[in-house]
Design a protein around this ligand. Structure first.
Ligand SMILES: [Zn+2]
Length: 353
């Protein structure tokens, strides 16, 4: 199940009232437009290689249950990619629905990360899409977290600066200035007039470092998302050849021999593998879904049945959201009971066959 696509469809439904028409012209067209936009994106940002083509075709394939064959999707990508009208339509949907916008951003990052590197052109392209669709800067940054560590790396400096000054992540400018004043008294060479020259030199150097940290924090204070997610730059503890689970799609993957883990991606969804759970939760909450988790327990057949039903628009997206929040590892009896309870609450028939 392509969970991201399913959630995109749910977002579109909540915005357009198109439920029970998953196979309608609207969805076929939406699929083509999104696919074409991603194809244009991949083409504009360098070589449009076979892997990207395949990824986009796969994504498009998942949108409709009885959709056209992959060949037809590819043909439509080629024709839609030349049609600016399609992009106008896509922007319209994205402007009207934040849910859709957010999930499209994640999808675009995924295509960008397909070749394991993210270029400035790709970054700029996604940024402009978000801007044109009326998205907030924070949405752009959050959507990039699973795929682009460079945005996070720049904030590692901020973390170090906070540590050096001894202020909390997200301290206010006043707190930063106050703390610097206190420390500068301590380290100012004038206060160590009688000390040995080597010690005075050391104090001066320390003061310069503190003043640099203060400037960085004061100028970087606009990057509020860092303050909200201070753990963004920390990796989980990992060892060579360890099996890890992708925090985004649940795929299990083996880490390589080389110690360069920070660039290892999930083969299925291209997310960077090593983020700690805290960041994973922020991202999943951001895209508003909990993939894979709910269908891994013993009661998975029941939950899967309900999710399948949900993706065919036979139950509302609000119910889907409740289903997705079911705890992991429910036994068959518990799962049946929990699913039926949710469906009843949303006024859906609970006979699975
Ligand atoms: Zn993954």
């Amino acid at each position: 199940m392509e969970w991201l696509w399913e959630s995109i469809c749910a977002a579109v439904e909540s915005f357009s009232g198109q439920s029970n028409k998953r196979n309608s012209q609207f969805y076929v067209r939406l699929k083509e437009v999104v696919g074409a936009y991603l194809a244009r994106f991949a083409q504009d940002c360098g070589s449009f290689d076979g892997r990207e083509r395949e990824l986009i075709a796969d994504l498009c394939q998942e949108v409709t249950v009885e959709g056209p064959s992959r060949d037809i999707v590819l043909l439509s990508l080629n024709s839609w990619a030349r049609d600016d009208k399609a992009f106008g339509e896509l922007l319209q949907v994205a402007q009207a629905s934040r849910e859709f916008r957010v999930r499209f951003l994640v999808l675009a990052w995924r295509v960008a990360a397909r070749d394991h590197s993210i270029t400035d052109i790709e970054r700029g392209w996604i940024y402009r899409f978000n801007e044109a669709a009326g998205g907030a800067e924070e949405d752009f940054l959050l959507a990039c977290i699973p795929y682009d560590r460079s945005e996070c790396d720049s904030d590692r400096n901020l973390a170090q600066a906070s540590e050096l000054l001894g202020v909390a992540h997200g301290a206010t400018p006043d707190q930063i200035k106050q703390r610097f004043r206190e420390l500068s008294v301590e380290y100012h060479p004038d206060h160590h007039a009688s000390a040995a020259p080597a010690l005075r030199k050391l104090a001066a150097r320390e003061l310069a470092k503190l003043s640099e940290a203060r400037d960085l924090l004061l100028n970087g204070a606009e990057i509020t998302w860092y303050c909200k997610f201070p753990a963004v730059s920390s990796l989980s503890v990992a060892t060579e050849r360890a099996i890890v689970e992708c925090f985004l799609c649940g795929q299990k993957c083996r880490l390589p021999h080389k110690p360069n883990f920070s660039t290892v991606r999930c083969p299925k969804c291209q997310a960077l593998l090593l983020f700690n759970q805290e960041i994973g939760n922020v991202v999943l909450e951001f895209v508003n879904i909990q993939p894979a988790k709910v269908i891994s327990g013993e009661g998975k057949s029941w939950v899967r049945w309900a999710l399948d039903k949900a993706t065919r628009s036979e139950i509302p997206s609000a119910a889907l959201r409740d289903l997705a929040s079911l705890p992991d590892g429910l036994g068959p009896g518990e799962a049946e009971k929990a699913v039926q309870e949710i469906l009843r609450r949303h006024g859906v028939s609970t006979n699975p066959k």
